[in-house]
Design a protein around this ligand. Structure first.
Ligand code: HEM
Length: 476
């Protein structure tokens, strides 16, 4: 963005600026995939509360897809930042001033403890150093057979629904949960996949929806029943996980080393410290929570987009069939599936599962020339960043070929995995899994939209397709 574009807009002026400054788009009218109706007028406290309850993304003013920064006060002061240089400042250059917001911790800590995802400072650093080698390229590639097997099973389940509409979201959640539970607790024995899955789903569904109101400063008396309701399920899940870890410590694992083995063997390269059972458990549960639903969302939105753009789907199918024939994809195929990878990249742009990150400023600072005070909430609305009119050509269109030549011109215009030291540790794992499963499915089936059953993007901690992703499936 040029300096002239970095103007500071009070939120109240949003409507006026939108009509005055909206760039003229060069597109001939063309249908666009589903999107969130962003707010076109200031919402006020009660409007914000009701929109936030419906869909936290509706709190983002439409002007956020044109402006570099927006600030306001809804209970407490907040800034929404869409300017790449400022995002780099928050995520990398001045990262210690912007730890994850208190609300992120309130939501996640009961489920995943003080693990990698929520810890700060030294507590975070040693866990990150210990876990980083676990996600090395070599280790992630070695886990690919689990992904190939899950792709094969997903294809068999979907084949049974051929000729009818299938809820691809449910199928993808099943597939990615199989992957993550097989690579975390691969012995399976005593690890009740279904009950762990249910505990996590319940927790997320109940807690996150209410707690996200904290971001916009809902008063402390707003009840948060989810936390109380799911406490028992969470405790049970932790007991089950602890049992698996103890067994592994005493009996070892005769099979292929999984994430638990790698983390058990891992130690902080600086201090030699190893993880205790509760630390291992919280981190493995973190991988399960952070890893399966995000990847399932990527896959289900990708299938929706392929159904939305049949010509892209045909080209992707041709690519997948040429590489795979009738077998499922493996790690070795990923490099030969560039269009499938571009579809995944573009899906993560249009429907970033982590559509909204937030931080709490520690010390006074300036962002895009605007004063930030200690305690201010700094919101990184990745959804709006990825659809920003200054940063992207035809931002709401589905066009995987925009990733053809290279990454986006500005690295900080595209942040599906965050950036800086807190960048997603599982990004390569997720991308490999998404390409393997998507290629396998597209090679075998044609996916079509079902009239009247379009998914609606709603953010409940992650950007989910409300109502599921129902697609007609026919053998290719
Ligand atoms: C498409 C799938 C995924 C997406 C879009 C995604 C997105 C993200 C984002 C945006 C962050 C940074 C959050 C922030 O800065 O506030 C993050 C962090 C993290 N992710 Fe992922 N993630 C995905 C898959 C995974 C997988 C598969 C795993 C593990 C198996 C994983 C584990 C983590 C962990 C542990 C962190 C915290 C890292 C730290 O703070 O040091 N994620 N993820």
């Amino acid at each position: 963005m040029t300096e002239a574009q970095i103007r500071l807009y009070p939120v109240q002026q949003a409507e006026k600026i939108m009509t005055e400054q909206r760039p003229i788009t060069r597109e001939t009218p063309q249908a666009e995939p589903v999107k969130v109706p962003l707010a076109t007028r200031p919402l006020g406290v009660f409007g914000s509360l009701s929109a936030g309850r419906r869909n936290i993304l509706e709190l983002i003013p439409e002007i956020a897809t044109h402006a570099p920064i927006l600030s306001g006060r809804t209970g407490k002061r907040w800034h929404m930042v869409m300017e790449p240089e400022a995002l780099r400042h928050i995520l990398r250059d001045n990262v210690t001033n912007y730890p994850k917001s208190v609300v992120t911790k309130l939501i996640l800590e009961p489920a995943i403890g003080d693990s990698l995802f929520v810890a700060e400072g030294q507590d975070w650093l040693w866990q990150r150093r210990t876990a980083a080698p676990v996600f090395s390229h070599r280790n992630v590639a070695a886990l690919a057979p689990v992904m190939t097997a899950a792709a094969e099973r997903a294809a068999s389940r979907i084949a049974k629904g051929a000729g009818r509409a299938v809820n691809c979201y449910d199928e993808m959640v099943t597939a990615t949960f199989e992957v993550i539970s097989d690579v975390t607790f691969s012995d399976g024995e005593g690890f009740d996949r279904a009950s762990v899955h249910r505990a996590i789903e319940d927790y997320m569904a109940q807690t996150a929806r209410v707690s996200l109101l904290d971001i916009i400063g809902a008063p402390a008396w707003v009840p948060r029943p989810g936390r109380l309701l799911s406490g028992a399920a969470m405790r049970q899940m932790k007991r089950v996980a602890d049992g698996s870890i103890q067994r592994r410590r005493s009996e070892g694992n005769p099979g292929v080393p999984d994430l638990l083995d790698l983390l058990l063997a891992g130690e902080d390269p600086k201090t030699g410290r190893k993880m205790t059972t509760p630390e291992l458990r919280d981190n493995l549960l973190t991988f399960i929570v952070a890893g399966h639903e995000t990847t399932a969302l990527t896959l289900s939105w990708a299938l929706y987009l392929c159904a939305f753009a049949p010509e892209v789907q045909s080209a992707a199918r041709a690519e997948a069939q040429a590489v795979l024939g009738d077998r499922a994809a493996t790690a070795g195929d990923v490099a030969a599936l560039p269009l499938i990878r571009r579809i995944v990249d573009e899906t993560l742009r249009l429907y970033p599962p982590a559509a909204f990150l937030s931080r709490t400023a520690q010390a006074a600072d300036r962002l895009c020339g605007r004063e930030v005070q200690p305690g201010d909430t700094v919101i990184l609305p990745i959804y709006a960043l990825h659809r920003h009119h200054v940063l992207w050509d035809r931002p709401d269109s589905f066009d995987p070929d925009r990733f053809l030549d290279s990454r986006p011109a500005d690295r900080y215009a595209y942040l599906p995995f965050g950036d800086g030291p807190r960048i997603c540790i599982g990004a390569n794992f997720a991308l490999q899994e998404a390409v393997i499963i998507l290629a396998t499915l597209l090679a075998r089936f044609r996916f079509d939209l079902v009239p009247g059953k379009l998914p609606q993007p709603v953010m409940i901690l992650t950007l989910r397709p409300q109502g599921g992703v129902w697609l007609g499936v026919t053998p290719a």
